[in-house]
Design a protein around this ligand. Structure first.
Ligand code: COA
Length: 199
């Protein structure tokens, strides 16, 4: 097993950093975001507070957190919690923002202000969902596979029997990775695709 452990509160700054450095369809988003936190506020940090048992960290050779997989086994409950507990204070803050470094950042903040929907894939047998990101120097070394296997076995223990996730259509590398990990496309979207896997 590669160097993977459960995520801890001390990992929080690394979650934000890794989220930003993989934010542009899998590539470094630093130049595209004036505010370095919005991506992590939405796609990484909340999972550590909602479902820490389903958050895992990959360490580099110096034991520095360099990748993560975060998710939940109950998307509907997570989305409700996002709307009622996690997002309101951020929405108060971000509704004031009027300067964006890029269209990607504007879209990100629009997403944060709107929040997630009810979680329709839960009704189709895919109640879990995840986000996985690894810094570029550690990609392609098997860490993604180890993180995914660790996550899937933890989700299975919760009793959930299906996982879904969204992939940006420009991120062709991620398409290949998810297919190799046993996911297949459930639905094409204008922005990419929803993938699913039954456990
Ligand atoms: C996508 C990502 C998580 C994959 O993790 P990784 O550590 O690079 O992948 P691994 O080295 O563990 O590869 C696992 C397997 O998938 C295969 N694979 C990886 N990318 C592939 C591709 N584009 N096409 C086909 N197979 C692929 C590998 O060959 C390997 O196969 P094996 O089991 O036969 O050895 C990682 O590259 C990453 O974080 N990218 C940037 C952020 C990102 O795009 N996240 C996903 C957003 S939806």
């Amino acid at each position: 097993m590669q160097n993977i452990r459960k995520a801890l509160p001390q990992d929080l700054p690394y979650l934000y950093e890794i989220a930003l450095k993989t934010a542009f369809a899998g590539l470094d988003g630093t130049a595209y975001y004036h505010d370095p936190y919005s991506v992590g506020h939405y796609y990484a940090a909340p999972y550590l507070f909602f479902d820490p048992e389903l958050c895992f960290i990959a360490l580099d050779e110096n034991n520095t957190p360099s990748g993560y997989i975060v998710g939940t086994s109950d998307t509907r409950a997570f989305n409700t919690w996002m709307q009622t507990s996690w997002l309101p204070v951020l929405q108060e803050q971000y509704k004031q923002v009027s300067y964006f470094s890029s269209e990607a950042e504007q879209k990100m903040i629009r997403t944060l202000l709107k929040g997630p929907g009810e979680g329709i894939w839960q009704n189709m047998g895919y109640p879990a969902h995840l986000h996985i990101d690894i810094l570029s120097h550690l990609q392609g070394k098997g860490l993604g596979k180890s993180l995914m296997e660790t996550f899937c076995s933890a989700v299975k223990k919760t009793g959930a029997r299906g996982i879904h996730l969204g992939v940006d259509g420009r991120n062709t590398r991620a398409y290949g990775f998810y297919e190799r990990m046993g996911f297949s496309i459930l639905e094409e979207q204008s922005w990419g695709a929803i993938f699913g896997k039954t456990l």
